[in-house]
Structures are given as structure tokens and as C-alpha cells.
Design a protein around this ligand. Structure first.
Ligand code: 16G
Length: 254
């Protein structure tokens, strides 16, 4: 089925629908995406073709598409048209294993990549100084990264490691844990906190989701075998990409 027939085949254009035309076009595209007849990455027909096939103006088509771009359903690429936005594969992530993003993605057959948003050595915030138990003047290394799987943004991570453990953020190319492991300081235990949140504009743009989308805010504090804290990472995970799964056991006191 072509993209055009997927849209034209919609009930929205065969019924006597009183809704304004741009809303009907939006509904038709949403339905085609929902039904899978338009798949993530599919190109939409050019505006001109949509306008002439539907007998509506290009201004109306443009208005409809702009609304769907805003909603994160479509993406516009400069000079090459409009596409159905890629959606991530949903990941089931066990909460009991201390794995890294790179390992998790590779184990699932996805290609992990990183976009560095910021990296630097700086003084810790009071909260960070407390978490790591740092002395006055001791610094931390920061890695603020967008994590992607097969090119689709999955999470934003702000990792903080005492500079004594990681002297320079440039040491990390892809995997923080691989670098820590090579230095003999891979964490062996972690505490993690998850909370639901609605994503703000800056993070939404990075994750390529609509502002306000459901997101998981996760904090991880990771420890070495001797009890020292090696990592404090705050992240935003796409709510449409992750199912966190925990195994529960009947307590010994039962
Ligand atoms: C995971 C961890 C994060 C850790 C990163 C290391 C969660 C919520 N977060 O994403 O704390 O820093 O893995 O991954 O699971 P890397 O070795 O690929 O950089």
C-alpha cells in the first residue's frame, strides 16, 4: 500500500465528516500510523500531491502536517520532505542487574551510539559532594549524553564520577562502564530510584518526543566493593521505550 492510498483510504475522507479539513487529514494520518499502514520512517507524499488528491489547499495540508510534527508523530527533514517519526522498540529492562546502556543495547542486537551534550570537570554541587563524600575542593567529572539505539534517542544521562576515579571525560568514548572496568573500578552494586515525570521542552527536543510526554526520571548511585560511591547518574528514559521489570520474592520473615 502506498503512503497516499493509506491516507486516502481513511474513513475520514469517505464519510460525511463535519470536522475541518486539516483535522480530518490529521486524523487520517494518525489512523494510518496507528494501524501500521504508515510505518515509522515512511515518507509522506509531497504536500502538492496530497493537496491535489484530496482537493484541498496546500496551506491546509501544511497546517495539518505542522500539527503532527509538533505532536511528534511526523518529522520534517530539511529539503527531503515529511516522514513518520521513528518509534523505539519497547525494551524490557530487569531492575536487578547492574548493566550498562551499551551492554543492554548490544545484548538486544541494537547499535548503541552517543551524542555528547556536555562534558567537563567541575566542582560538585552540595548534593553531589554529599553523595560521594568529597572533601572541599575535590572535583567531579561530568558526562551529559544522549543515548541512542539504532539511531533512535532512548535516554538522556547526566553521569557524575569523582575526578579521582575518572580524571578526564574525554577518556569515555562510548561506554562509561567499560572505561571504569578497564581502570579496575567497575561498580558492583547500585541503588536506583525511578519516578514518573512529564518531559520539559529542552529534554523533549533531545529525545524527539512531544513536550510533556511520559518519561521516567532515574537516579543511580553505584558503589565499589569497598563501599565507595563511584557514580551518581541522573537520567530521563523515554516512557514509550521502556518496561522496567523487577523480580519479587516472599520475604524470609513471612
Ligand atoms: C545505564 C545506567 C547509567 C550508567 C550507564 C553506563 C540506568 C538507569 N542507568 O544507562 O547509570 O552510567 O548505563 O552505560 O540504567 P555506558 O557504559 O554505556 O556508558
Amino acid at each position: 500500500m502506498t503512503a497516499l492510498s493509506a491516507i486516502l483510504g481513511s474513513e475520514r475522507f469517505t464519510q460525511d465528516d463535519p470536522a475541518p479539513l486539516y483535522l480530518r487529514l490529521q486524523s487520517a494520518i494518525r489512523e494510518a500510523v496507528g494501524a501500521g499502514s504508515l510505518a515509522p520512517g515512511d515518507a509522506l507524499p509531497p504536500e502538492r500531491e496530497l493537496a491535489s488528491e484530496l482537493g484541498i489547499s496546500r496551506v491546509t495540508v501544511r497546517k495539518a502536517l505542522a500539527g503532527l510534527v509538533e505532536a511528534g508523530i511526523l518529522q520534517q527533514r530539511r529539503g527531503s520532505g515529511t516522514y513518520v517519526a521513528p518509534t523505539p522498540h519497547r525494551m524490557e529492562q530487569p531492575l536487578s542487574r547492574l548493566t550498562s546502556f551499551t551492554e543492554d543495547m548490544r545484548a538486544r542486537g541494537f547499535r548503541p551510539t552517543v551524542q555528547v551534550i556536555d562534558r567537563r570537570v567541575s566542582l560538585p554541587s552540595p548534593e553531589e559532594a554529599m553523595v560521594f563524600g568529597l572533601k572541599v575542593g575535590e572535583r567531579v567529572t561530568r558526562l551529559h549524553r544522549l543515548r541512542l539505539a539504532d539511531g533512535v534517542p532512548m535516554a538522556i544521562e547526566m553521569a557524575v564520577v569523582p575526578q579521582a576515579f575518572l580524571p578526564d571525560p574525554d577518556l569515555v568514548d562510548q561506554s562509561l562502564y567499560a572505561v571504569l572496568e578497564a581502570r579496575g573500578i567497575r561498580p558492583v552494586r547500585a541503588l536506583q530510584r525511578l519516578a514518573a515525570t512529564n518531559i520539559a521542552a529542552t529534554e523533549a527536543a533531545l529525545l524527539e518526543v512531544p513536550v510533556g510526554s511520559a518519561t521516567l526520571r532515574i537516579e543511580r548511585v553505584s558503589y565499589l566493593a569497598d563501599g565507595r560511591v563511584v557514580e551518581f547518574t541522573r537520567s530521563y528514559y523515554r516512557g514509550d521505550a521502556y518496561d522496567f521489570v523487577a523480580e519479587l520474592n516472599l520475604g524470609a520473615d513471612h
